[in-house]
Design a protein around this ligand. Sequence first.
Ligand code: GAR
Length: 206
Amino acid sequence: MRKARIAVLVSGGGTNLQALMDSERAGVISAGEIKLVISDNRDAYAIQRAKNYNIETEVLLRKDFPSREDHEKALVGTLKDYDIDLIVLAGFMSILSPYFIDSFRDRIINIHPSLIPSFCGKGFYGLKVHEAALSYGVKVTGATVHYVNEIPDGGKIIIQKAVEVKDGDTPEILQRRVMEEAEWKILPKACQMVCQKILEEEANAE
Ligand code: GAR
């Protein structure tokens, strides 16, 4: 049976990539297969994680291209070369332009470490999100998987999961709890759902 071809875009540690690869191996993601990992950071540990799983990796650094547009053209070209059906942003820290988003309309999903619409949009990424949640004093936070459109963190929500904030939390402790209790669970689940949808649409079009 055909599976949707997934590319995961990363910039850092890659724990969400790890959760995706483990889920594919465990059969939680059965409608898709991870074919490619692209990093915009040469030092991202995520690259090593992908190699450990024998997944193809490409490193495309912004600084190696004259403009952001050229960098994105290279990204789009690589994704097309690999016949990618679904792009998963898993800790990918660049904001993508309308040109990129339009090239893969409804085929890009992102994991964000808060309950959107709280603590999201431009400037909210990584630890900053948890710092903001703690300084606001919310008692519940969480994670969201959503489609990517032109508005940063503004696309249609696919899955959300709430996580308790506890007394004495630091941004690092909260980040870890949000990853363990929410991100690593909902990202593979959302991935499977979207892959199934892609295959169904394809079958209906035949
Ligand atoms: C994750 O917490 C992810 O939700 C967040 O960066 C971290 C990457 O960790 N993404 C964003 O903040 C996007 N706005 P990882 O590299 O270990 O998966």
